[in-house]
Ligand binder design. Structure first.
Ligand code: SAM
Length: 322
């Protein structure tokens, strides 16, 4: 059996018997006016963060959702788009497709605004997405791509890039690892299927996104996810996994490299009223300007006495304070 078949078997099991807390970290379900999430969907929350960024879902976007699980995020995306076929959910595991359909049917009874036709569930997988090139606004996946071995992750990211419209967004949530996961755990197919042993480091993960062609990556959250303790997992030291929520844009990679925003700012504190680096960044004295990590590194070296670079907050969505 291949590791992908092991994963399919595992998700067939947890489609038929929900495993509460399998991937998610304790949190309050997204509260939105008029949105009721059926209990069974909450029990089948197999995501490790969120891909539904509620303040960026105007204009009824078309969303391709990979790995539907119990349908929780498909329902949340449908809340914003509210039209037939707006959410296309790809799922290779028959039992999971059936569970998601059942759960969405329950959702339609509990949410007057929702019609099951808003979510189209299609058999397929992450590597060969059954939609046209440049046809969707958003591709989303939660806690799936970390399962893939690197070559398969490359295939999945390439497929996501292909189907996005120019400027479209890949919205992901995945575990990452604070150091490389030892081989004996990586090769444990069941642990990999459970999202515990396939995680890449932050650097490897973001590099994979850039390799797939995404020119801008925004980090929306980074928080502790699971601890692989040294006794249970036969490790020399405990190993912390984090969950990373990100949004990657299908825009051209700039000549000097992709932009990754992690919440850093640059603040000018020199004798002039502003500083212009001649490369598109104008810093007003005393006022933080959001910069990507590449620009932060450049500005920090350019004027170390006059420009303060603040730490990553691990949240950036482009917005200011109002
Ligand atoms: C960890 S669960 C996440 C489910 C859902 N995203 C959520 O947040 O609850 C992974 C999902 O991906 C599906 N899956 C497994 N292998 C896949 C593949 N090769 N392509 C697409 N989906 C896959 C599983 O059946 C399962 O529904």
């Amino acid at each position: 059996m291949t590791y992908l078949e092991t994963a399919a078997q595992f998700y067939s099991e947890v489609a038929q018997t929900p495993e509460v807390g399998l991937c998610c970290v304790q949190s309050t379900p997204l509260q939105l006016p008029g949105l009721k999430i059926p209990l069974v969907m909450q029990e089948m929350n197999y995501g490790c963060g969120t891909t539904v960024h509620t303040n960026e879902l105007a204009n009824q976007p078309t969303v391709l959702y990979i790995g539907v699980g119990g349908g929780l995020e498909a329902l949340q995306f449908a809340y914003f788009s509210r039209r037939p076929g707006a959410v296309i959910a790809i799922e290779p595991v028959a039992a999971m497709r059936e569970a998601a359909k059942r759960n969405l049917e329950i959702a339609s009874q509990e949410n007057p605004w929702f019609d099951p036709s808003f979510v189209e569930i299609i058999a397929g997988d992450a590597f060969d997405l059954p939609v046209d090139n440049s046809s969707v606004d958003i591709v989303a996946q939660n806690c799936l791509f970390n399962i893939f071995e690197p070559a398969d992750l490359t295939r999945a990211l390439t497929a996501a890039y292909r189907v996005l419209k120019p400027g479209g967004r890949l919205q992901m949530s995945d575990p990452i690892s604070t150091r490389p996961i030892p081989q004996h755990l990586q090769q444990d197919e069941r642990l990999r299927a459970m999202c515990l042993s396939g995680a890449l480091t932050y650097e490897e993960y973001t590099q994979q996104l850039i390799n797939a062609g995404f020119g801008q990556v925004e980090i929306r959250a980074r928080r502790p996810y699971r601890l692989l303790d040294k006794h249970t997992y036969n490790l020399s030291e405990n190993l912390l996994l984090e969950s990373l929520d990100s949004v990657s844009f299908k825009v051209q990679i700039p000549d000097d490299g992709a932009c990754i925003f992690t919440g850093k700012t640059a603040i000018y504190a020199g004798s002039q009223s502003f500083f212009d680096d001649g490369a598109g960044h104008i810093l007003q004295r005393g006022i933080p300007a959001a910069v990507c990590d590449k620009t932060a590194a450049k500005l920090g070296v350019l004027k170390p006495q006059e420009i303060m670079i603040t730490d990553s907050t691990w949240f950036y969505d482009g917005g200011g304070c109002c």
